[in-house]
Design a protein around this ligand. Structure first.
Ligand SMILES: Cc1cc2nc3c(=O)[nH]c(=O)nc-3n(C[C@H](O)[C@H](O)[C@H](O)COP(=O)(O)O)c2cc1C
Length: 177
């Protein structure tokens, strides 16, 4: 699939065929995500691939807008390593680019999946603290690993409607506001 076509046609897919995604395909999708840009090129991400049906069905109790994840082929939890991200933790300066890096990787992952005919949906974890804490506990993640997004993936069993044109020329400010 051509890049521009992928960017314009990817939609959230929430209904999936009962069909596994093979490991090589998942590796290629995650590889694409790992080519994303990151602040200071820190690449602070980790990807947890889960196909445990019990956990996937239970996800809606952890993050309430994930009820469809139970029918996915798998979910990928995109995580960030807080010790590896580009950050400052001083009295006068406190910031971290970890969520930005993970968000970009999540989008790359979904686009790579789409290019292979696989549907997905970004489901937020961070910055919802209760979701982050519960995922960390349930998945036995170390303290430095921040679960950022939950991405159910599967071969589509629906063709989501393409939105009316999202292009809004009035949102572009040429040279001055
Ligand atoms: C940060 C973020 C969190 C989201 N969380 C959820 C979610 O929990 N459940 C869900 O069904 N969709 C979720 N979405 C998907 C959005 O609803 C979807 O991207 C939006 O409606 C636009 O539709 P599209 O992806 O088909 O273009 C999330 C998207 C983003 C970017």
């Amino acid at each position: 699939m051509e890049l521009m076509e992928g960017l314009l046609t990817r939609r959230s897919v929430r209904r999936y065929q009962d069909k596994k995604i093979d490991k090589t395909t998942l590796e290629e999708i995650i590889k694409a995500a790992q080519f994303s840009p990151t602040a200071h090129n820190k690449q602070p991400w980790e990807f947890l691939v889960i196909d445990d049906k019990e956990f996937m069905a239970d996800l809606r109790h952890i993050q309430r807008w994930t009820s469809f994840a139970k029918d996915a082929a798998c979910v990928i939890i995109v995580c960030g390593d807080v010790d590896k991200s580009f950050n400052r933790d001083k009295d006068d300066e406190k910031w971290s680019f970890i969520d930005v890096d993970c968000a970009i990787a999540t989008q790359s992952l979904m686009l790579a999946a789409w290019a292979k005919g696989i549907g997905s949906c970004y489901c937020g974890a961070a910055p919802m603290q209760r979701v982050v804490d519960t995922l960390r506990e349930r998945l036995h993640l170390p303290e430095n690993i921040r679960p950022f997004a939950i991405v159910p993936l599967g071969y589509p069993a629906e063709t989501p409607k393409q939105p009316e044109d999202r292009y809004k020329p009035e949102k572009i400010h040429w040279g001055k506001w």
